[in-house]
Design a binder for this molecule. Structure first.
Ligand code: IPM
Ligand code: MG
Length: 361
C-alpha cells in the first residue's frame, strides 16, 4: 500500500525547494522499498491566480485524501494589496491548519555543528556546542481563532477585537505532546505563559501542572513569556522543549530560529490526533530570491524527514535524510544563505544541494 502525500508547493521559493524534497523522497522510496503516491495541488497566491481562491475545493479534496501534506510556502507582494482575510497567509494557511485540527506544531531549532558560526550569539554564550530546542506550539486555538474577532463600529468609532480563549482540553492535549516529546530528549519542559496578567494563561499554567503529574521524570518550569524571550538570548542551553500557546509560540519560534542563524535549515510539523500532518519549512516564500535557483532546500527536505517520522513512523528513513543533510554540510556545500566565503566552503544552488543530499541516501 502506498503512502498518500499531497504536494502543495505554493508560491515563490516554495516551488523550487519542493522539487528537491521530492528528489530526496524518491531516493528514500527506492532505498527503503516504500511506495509513495504524490498528488500536487495549488495553494496560496498561485491558487488565487488560477482559481480565485487561496485554498480551492480541488486542493481540499486532495488534502482530504492524503495521509500527509507537504507544504512549500505561500504569499508574496503580488497579493499583499488584497483584503487581509483574502491574503494567502490567512486564507490558506490558517484554514488548512483548522480543517485538519493540526493542533500540535513542532518546530525544532537546532544549531548544526558545521553552521555554528552562523549563530548571531557570542561564542561565550553559545559555547563549543550548539543547542537543540524543540518548540511545541499550540496551533488551532488561542487568540488566532477566538471569537469575537473582527473590526466593528461602535458609536461611530472603530474597534478591532481578537479574543484569547483556551479550553482545558486544548491545553491538556498540547501539553501531553510536549511531555511525550521531552521523554525522547533531555526530559525538560519549559511552559510559557503570561499568568501574571491573562486569565487564559492562569488556566494554562494550572492544566500544564496537572498534566506534569503524569510525567514525574520530566522537569517542568514555568516562564512568563517576556522573561522567556530574554532567557533564550541570555542562555539558550537552559531550554529543551518549549511549550507555548499559539501566539507566544509564533513569536518565540522565530526568536529561536534566528538564534540558529540559519532559517533556511529549519523544518516544522503540524499534526493532529490521528497523525495526519502538514510539513513545511519555517521560512516563507522569499519573493526577493524566487526563481533564481539559489534558495536553500534543506528546511523543506528536513520537513519531509519529519513527515516520515511523525505521520509514517519511519524513524530510520527520517534519520537517513537528516544524516544526509548533515554530511553534505560537513563536506562544505553551502547555499548562498549559509555561505561565508571560507576556504573549505563550496557555494551551490538549490538543485545541486538537493542532488548532493539525495545522493547520500
Ligand atoms: C507562522 C507564520 C504564520 C502564523 C502566519 C503567516 C499566519 O508566522 O507559521 O509562524 O502566525 O502562524
Ligand atoms: Mg510565525
Amino acid at each position: 500500500m502506498a503512502y498518500k502525500i499531497a504536494v502543495l508547493p505554493g508560491d515563490g521559493i516554495g516551488v523550487e525547494v519542493m522539487e528537491e524534497a521530492l528528489k530526496v523522497l524518491d531516493k528514500i522510496s527506492s532505498k527503503f522499498q516504500i511506495e509513495f503516491e504524490f498528488r500536487e495541488a495549488l495553494i496560496g497566491g498561485a491558487a488565487i491566480d488560477a482559481k480565485g481562491d487561496a485554498f480551492p475545493e480541488e486542493t481540499k479534496e486532495i488534502c482530504d485524501w492524503a495521509d500527509a501534506i507537504l507544504f512549500g510556502a505561500v504569499g508574496g507582494p503580488k497579493w499583499e494589496s488584497l483584503p487581509p482575510e483574502k491574503q494567502p497567509e490567512r486564507a490558506a494557511l490558517l484554514p488548512i491548519r483548522k480543517r485538519y485540527e493540526l493542533f500540535a506544531n513542532l518546530r525544532p531549532a537546532i544549531v548544526f555543528d558545521a553552521l555554528i558560526e552562523s549563530s548571531p550569539l557570542k561564542r561565550e554564550i553559545l559555547g563549543d556546542k550548539g543547542f537543540d530546542i524543540l518548540v511545541v506550539r499550540e496551533l488551532t486555538g488561542g487568540i488566532y481563532f477566538g471569537k469575537p474577532k473582527g473590526i466593528f463600529d461602535e458609536n461611530g468609532k472603530k474597534k478591532g477585537i481578537d479574543t484569547l480563549i483556551y479550553y482545558d482540553w486544548e491545553i491538556e492535549r498540547i501539553a501531553r505532546i510536549a511531555f511525550e516529546a521531552s521523554l525522547k530528549r533531555k526530559k525538560k519542559v519549559a511552559s510559557i505563559d503570561k499568568a501574571n496578567v491573562l486569565n487564559a494563561m492562569v488556566l494554562w499554567r494550572e492544566i500544564v501542572n496537572k498534566v506534569a503529574k503524569k510525567y514525574p521524570e520530566v522537569e517542568l518550569s514555568h516562564y512568563l513569556v517576556d522573561n522567556a524571550a530574554m532567557q533564550l538570548i541570555r542562555d539558550p542551553h537552559q531550554f529543551d522543549v518549549i511549550l507555548a500557546g499559539n501566539m507566544f509560540g509564533d513569536i518565540l519560534s522565530d526568536e529561536a530560529a534566528m538564534l540558529t542563524g540559519s532559517i533556511g535549515m529549519l523544518p516544522s510539523a503540524s499534526i493532529n490526533e490521528s497523525k495526519k500532518g502538514l510539513y513545511e519549512p519555517v521560512h516563507g516564500s522569499a519573493p526577493d530570491i524566487a526563481g533564481k535557483g539559489i534558495a536553500n532546500p534543506c528546511a523543506m527536505i528536513l520537513s519531509a524527514a519529519m513527515m516520515l517520522r511523525y505521520s509514517f513512523d519511519m524513524e530510520e528513513a527520517a534519520k537517513a535524510i537528516e544524516k544526509a543533510v548533515e554530511e553534505t554540510l560537513n563536506e562544505g556545500f553551502r547555499t548562498a544563505d549559509l555561505y561565508k566565503k571560507k576556504e573549505q566552503e563550496i557555494l551551490v544552488g538549490t538543485k545541486e544541494m538537493g542532488t548532493r543530499i539525495a545522493e547520500k541516501i
